[in-house]
Design a protein around this ligand. Structure first.
Ligand code: BEZ
Ligand code: FE
Length: 293
């Protein structure tokens, strides 16, 4: 019997006995991860002192969470989102130099093959919603324009749904597009003002939020993935600061630097130039890319 196999399990020595059993793990990182998880998990169980029924409720919650996962739905990622773990992993993996734009969660509604469009294109394909023009620059941390940057954008419509949630109702690729900057680093496109929406809340995560007295809403936002040679890829959003849920995002994705100003423009000449029928929303936002590390 090896030294690590000595000692029977007790409430007091539970961590040492379990982690000791992993002494010959083939992967050092796995061993380290399991040591931390075992220690923290046993600490939580000792503090909570669950009844057998409570423990079984937790097991059934996780079982149902797994059963809800399909190619289209990842209830465990949603769980990670509402626990703040997705944002924490994002923060740890995206520490940026001063002045660079901040990242936030990707979310489940990105699709890889949205069409590349000319600058100025209107990504709203069904003319529903309040017109909006979005423009700005893609810069490096020295303020120089980034040429050839690829900006992949997607957003919910004015009722808070993505095209992939309303197949047959919204046109395919509605409110999505890919744009490429020229030498001036500028981008612009037209869309409609997005609206707040609930994260999928008809599963275990929705039940948990409800039981915790939490709402499932995300404040109105546009998603972006920005890619350019020599720069770190940036996955982020811009948010409407006047949204009713701006201070209580269900997935903790809001950062102060990602609040953009949504200005109402009542100028018939500008509306005509943009081919809008009336007043519109104007959003200006510059992105700053961090150099590859
Ligand atoms: C989203 O913004 O698309 C999103 C993010 C996390 C969970 C659900 C949706
Ligand atoms: Fe979203």
């Amino acid at each position: 019997m090896d030294a690590h196999e000595k000692g029977f399990f007790t409430e007091e020595n539970s961590v040492e006995v379990v982690t000791g059993r992993n002494k010959n793990a083939r992967d050092e990182r796995l061993k380290q991860v399991m040591e931390v998880i075992t220690r923290k998990l046993h600490e939580a169980v000792k503090e909570i002192e669950p009844t057998q029924d409570e423990w079984m409720q937790a097991i059934l919650f996780l079982t149902r969470t797994g059963q809800l996962c399909t190619d289209w739905r990842q209830e465990f990622i949603l769980l990670s989102d509402v626990l703040g773990v997705s944002m924490l992993v994002d923060a740890i993996n995206n520490r940026k130099p001063n002045g660079a734009s901040e990242s936030t969660v990707l979310g489940p509604f990105h699709i890889a093959d949205a069409p590349e469009l000319p600058m100025g294109a209107n990504i709203c394909l069904d003319s529903k919603g309040e017109d909006m023009a979005i423009h700005g620059r893609i810069l490096d941390t020295e303020g120089k324009p980034v040429a050839g940057a690829v900006l992949d954008v997607w957003q919910a419509n004015d009722e808070g749904f993505y095209d992939v949630q309303q197949k047959g109702i919204q046109p395919d690729f509605n409110l999505r597009g890919v744009f490429r900057t020229g030498v001036d680093g500028r981008y612009w496109f037209r869309a409609v003002k997005p609206k707040f929406y609930p994260i999928p809340d008809d599963g275990t995560v929705g039940q948990l939020l409800h039981a915790l007295g939490r709402h499932p809403y995300r404040p109105a936002h546009l998603h972006f993935i920005l890619k350019a040679d020599g720069f770190e890829t940036l996955t982020t959003h811009i948010f409407d600061p006047d949204d009713p849920y701006i201070n209580s995002d269900a997935v903790f994705g809001v950062k102060e630097s990602l609040l953009a100003e949504f200005k109402r423009v009542q100028d018939p000449v500008r509306s005509k130039e943009l081919d809008f029928a009336g007043p519109f929303w104007d959003v200006e936002y510059d992105f700053v890319l961090a150099p590859c590390g």
